[in-house]
Structures are given as C-alpha cells and as structure tokens.
Design a binder for this molecule. Structure first.
Ligand SMILES: O=C(O)CCC(=O)C(=O)O
Ligand SMILES: [Fe+2]
Length: 465
C-alpha cells in the first residue's frame, strides 16, 4: 500500500499530461470543425454542381469517413498513451473487490457500523474523510459480486441514497445503470444483520457459519475461557535446555489441551528488523493449500509471505536454534521460516496447520507436529490469533511467540488446534512461522505446560464442528 500511495503521485502526473494532451486535441477538433463547417457551407451553395465534380465528391466522402476515423484514432491513442503509462502501477479490479471484502469483513467481525465507516469513524476516532456518493456506489456494486455480503449492499445503498439527497450529486448514464442493478439486487436478496447475530442462523441466506461466528466473537475477545477455566493456567519460567537453565524462558500457559503456550520477550527488536528487511524484497501474495493440495490464492488468506532459509542469514539460523531450544524439538525436519505481512483487513480464516490424516499429507518428513508463531509487530487494533475451540485469543505483541502441538501424542490430528488470524483493523501485522515435523521427534516431544491434562472427550471432528 505504501508503494501504491507513492505511485499515485506518478499516476496523477500522467493524468495531468493526459488532460493537457486532451486540451491540445480539443484545439485540433475545434479547428477541424470550423474547416468542415466552411466546406459544408460551400457544398450547400449548389449541391448538384458540387457533387458532380469528381474532386468534391471524393472530398465529401473523405470528410465523412477517413476524417472521422482519424478523430477516433487520435482520441483513442491519446487515452491509450495515458493508460499504458500507468498500467504497471495500477492494482486490478480484483484487488478492489478484495479491499471491499476486507472492509465488510472488518465491519462484521468488529461490529463496525456502516454509518460510522461512511463518516470516516473507526472506534469513535475520526480516521478519514467522509465518503463521497461515488465511493459508496463503487463499494455497493462490488459488494454485489461477493459472497455473504448481502446485508451490506442494503446498508451501503441506504447511505448512498442519503448522500445523494444531501449533496444533490448527479450521476451519468453508466452510474444510473449501476444504481438500477443495486435496486434490483436489494429486492431479490434476504439479509440477516451480522451485527445482531449471536447464534447460528437456521435458514439464513446470509449464513455466517457457526465457526465464523465463533471466530468473530474470539476476535472481539468475547466468549473466551471463564476465570474457572483459566484458573489452572500459569505464567512461569521454563528451563528445559542447558541454555535456558541460565536464562529461563518466560512463558504463559494459554491452554492445556493443545499444550498452547506464549513465550514472552523471545525475539529482540534488532533480530526482528533484520528478518523484516530480508523478507521485504521477497514478499508475495500468500497461497494456501486447498484440500486437493493445489496451491490457490483466495480471500481466505490475505497476507504476503516470504520463506527464509537458515543459510540466508545468521539471524534466521539463530532463530531455528532458538526454536529447538524453546521447544526441545529437533529442527532437522522443520520447514524454512515463513515470514508473513498482513495489511489492513489482512487475515487468515480458520484452518489447521497440519494436513488431516483423512486427506493424507505430501510431506516426506511426517506431518506438521507443532507450530511456533513469532509476532514481529504489535498491532494497534485487531490482528490477534484466535483458537475458537480452545477459547483462546492471542494478541499480536512484538517479541512474543505462540507454540502448540498440532498432533496428539498418539500422532492423531488435534482438531482443537484450529486457529485463525483476525483481520487487522488498524496497523500492520508481521509474524514468522516455524513448522516442525514429526520425523526426528520420536524421543523428544516435551510437554511445555505444567500438567498435561488429557481430556476425556473423544476427539472426533464432530466435537469441533
Ligand atoms: O498470523 C497469525 O496470527 C496466524 C498465522 C497462521 O496461522 C498460519 O500462517 O498458519
Ligand atoms: Fe496457522
């Protein structure tokens, strides 16, 4: 986004040139028009005499064909010159749909009222200017192309009508068509208000699924563990290696079932700066493995990722060694470090890090037994990692790391580890993942929480869904 904001200056410069070019074209057109009027007047003096002359009849045909085509191509090429200059700098309309989807997701997850957003207010703070009618029309029409956003089409249409009547805005023919489609779509869809939805909508067309509701609640810090449920969780020092005996790790237990712990002050600001700097040049839009293991870019994850090898920098290999020390697990079969950057609205829908046994995994070194997730920035608003089935909300705090086992001791999938990255509301989120694999851990797997409590519930998928 920072680059786009800078590129906008170049786009604007090109736009100005384009307007100047159009002014020159306009002068040319006026000259052309006057000449044409004169020639036509001349023809009209005595039409028969005029057209029976082979030269005049040829010129008449020329004026009405070749000359018009010339005007057409001059105007087009003026526009295409401008378009070509800015093409590389422009995001795509798909990016705009993604941004609209991101805004509407933020609204439904953090319960942000449309009237506030339209007035540029987030969390009671004036963060931007009031939106204009044309902005509202673009948002509403793009919302029509998105799944599960019907409620907002209605909301934005209402704001749009208000804005038009307050400002007396005029719309051209194309806008009128959009407005008409908007009206139609509002008549044809059923809307369920996501702000007031507390439970699973039974027959709703706008159906936030049960999980999405749970996930949204956790992002708002609602429905977390009760004091009774968290009574057994402790903050303490951990020293499982020779190194940590000298400088014990500060850990906070977050959940006993999945052995989820938070390490505090585990990575320094200078290490973080180095990781971010190496990653910046490498960041590309994140892909996720769909069930069929095909890589796909979708709105389920909106983040940029970079993979860093140990050999790349002393800091990367130092982090790997630290993970080995913190977790007591071998790094021999671990993946490279994955650094991720989420912008505003950036998120990652609920998922498991391991591949379910049911689906079969493609790794030769076993499944992802455990995850270490380092937080490389503090997010001002939003951006937490949540575990809806463990009722845990881990805020993004620079220098901390979350650790958990994705697999049970038996090697079975731990469905309860399903987790998600809440959308970033204000700020920028940086994290780094280290995924640890099963092979080489045969005699290692230490338990980092004080007392490993095996639950008696049978851990089937239906417990989680
Ligand atoms: O960014 C986060 O909070 C979670 C990221 C995550 O779950 C993943 O990359 O697998
Ligand atoms: Fe994950």
């Amino acid at each position: 986004m920072e680059k786009l904001a800078n590129d906008e200056a170049i786009i604007l410069e090109e736009f100005e040139k384009f307007v100047n070019d159009l002014e020159n074209e306009m002068n040319y057109l006026v000259r052309k028009l006057n000449i044409w009027i004169e020639e036509h007047k001349h023809a009209m003096k005595d039409i028969i005499k005029y057209i029976t002359n082979p030269i005049n009849s040829l010129l008449l045909i020329k004026r009405t064909t070749v000359d018009v085509d010339l005007i057409h191509s001059r105007l087009l090429s003026t526009f295409y010159r401008f378009k070509q200059k800015i093409a590389k700098l422009q995001p795509t309309t798909e990016d705009f749909s993604g941004a609209v989807d991101g805004l509407l997701r933020l609204q439904s997850i953090y319960k942000l009222q449309t009237s506030d957003i339209v007035n540029g207010v987030i969390d009671g703070e004036q963060v931007s200017e009031k939106m204009k009618s044309h902005d509202l029309l673009s948002i509403a029409t793009h919302a029509m192309t998105l799944e599960k956003r019907n409620f907002f089409i209605d909301e934005y249409s209402r704001e749009l009508k208000r804005s038009i009547s307050e400002n007396g805005d005029e719309f051209d023919e194309i806008d009128q068509q959009h407005l008409y489609h908007l009206e139609l779509s509002n008549l044809n869809t059923t809307k369920i208000n996501p702000y007031s939805m507390n439970d699973f909508p039974k027959n709703g067309i706008y159906s936030l699924e049960k999980e999405e509701i749970l996930y949204s609640k956790m992002c708002r810090k609602e429905g977390l563990k009760s004091p009774k449920e968290s009574a057994a969780l402790k903050c303490r020092y951990l020293s499982i290696s020779a190194f940590s005996k000298i400088a014990p790790y500060k850990i906070e237990e977050a959940d006993h079932h999945s052995n989820l712990v938070i390490f505090h002050e585990i990575i320094s600001d200078s290490e973080i700066e180095i990781l971010k700097n190496i990653s910046r040049q490498k960041l590309t839009r994140g892909e996720i493995y769909e069930n069929d293991l095909q890589r796909a870019k979708t709105f389920k994850r909106v983040a940029k990722v970079a993979w860093l090898k140990d050999e790349e920098s002393e800091v990367v290999s130092r982090i790997s060694k630290r993970v080995e020390d913190m977790t007591g697990l071998s790094m021999k079969t671990a993946e490279d470090l994955q650094v991720q950057n989420y912008g505003i609205g950036g998120h990652y829908n609920p998922h498991w890090d391991m591949t379910l046994k049911r689906d079969g995994h493609k790794w030769t070194n076993g499944n992802r037994i455990a995850t270490v997730l380092f937080y490389l920035s503090t997010v001002d608003k939003g951006g937490a990692t949540v575990f809806p089935y463990l009722k845990v909300h881990v805020p993004a705090v620079k220098g901390t790391a979350a650790f958990w086992y994705n697999l049970r001791e038996s090697g079975d999938d731990d469905y309860y580890t399903r987790h998600a990255a809440c959308p970033v509301l204000i700020g920028s989120k940086w994290v780094a993942n280290k995924w640890i694999h099963e092979h080489e851990q045969e005699f290692r797997r230490p338990c980092l929480v004080e007392k490993y409590i095996e639950t008696s519930e049978s851990e089937t998928m239906s417990n989680v869904f």
